[in-house]
Ligand binder design. Sequence first.
Ligand SMILES: [Zn+2]
Length: 231
Amino acid sequence: MISEANYHPSTEMLKKFTAGSLLSGLNVAISAHIELCETCRHKTSKIEAKAAIDWLQTNDDQKQNDFSGLALDIVNQPQIEKPREKEAILDQIHMLDHSVSLPKVLAKAASQGLVWKQLGGGINQALMHLDDETQCEFIYMKPGSQTPMHKHQGSETTLVLDGSFNDELGHYQRADFIYRTEKDMHQPRSEEGCLCFSVLDSPLTFTKGLARLLNPFFKYQFRRSAAGRGI
Ligand SMILES: [Zn+2]
């Protein structure tokens, strides 16, 4: 299950992750990457240890406030539901000729049920609802497929779960964590096929050829999935 990743979340992102200040979609992507990446697991433990030391060095009044806040947080916690017995956890996704084991955090999220939809060009998508601000999805690229050239209005986070893909900036395989911002324009393609988990915080904009005609559709789709989640 452990692979050596070449692309990792930034230190800044891991700090936000340990502080719990990221949106759920991104949180799940980082958590799944950490499950697959020993380097980031160590880094995250160090960040947590440093945060604990920093806290111990703060003045006593601040600590008192933190303790009161913590006590209040505990009191305000919703009752944790006991897991239902025999609750089905989807821990594998079945591809054409093999199965892919999912990191635990994704297996749990995917157990809400995956509905696959063909987007054309050998690209398949299964949307998941993890929070109201991001669009989270599994993307399966068939061998030899490529997405249209596109850029982002916001960020796009991609975690590779199986196979590999390339774009203008690199070659990515299992456990790699790729973060693209609105400045980046790229065209992912996959020779051997690829399963990814991806988090978008705004719609894609296609920049070339006929795919530009898809823009209204993709915006509509994003808005619709956002509307479906009550935002
Ligand atoms: Zn890593």
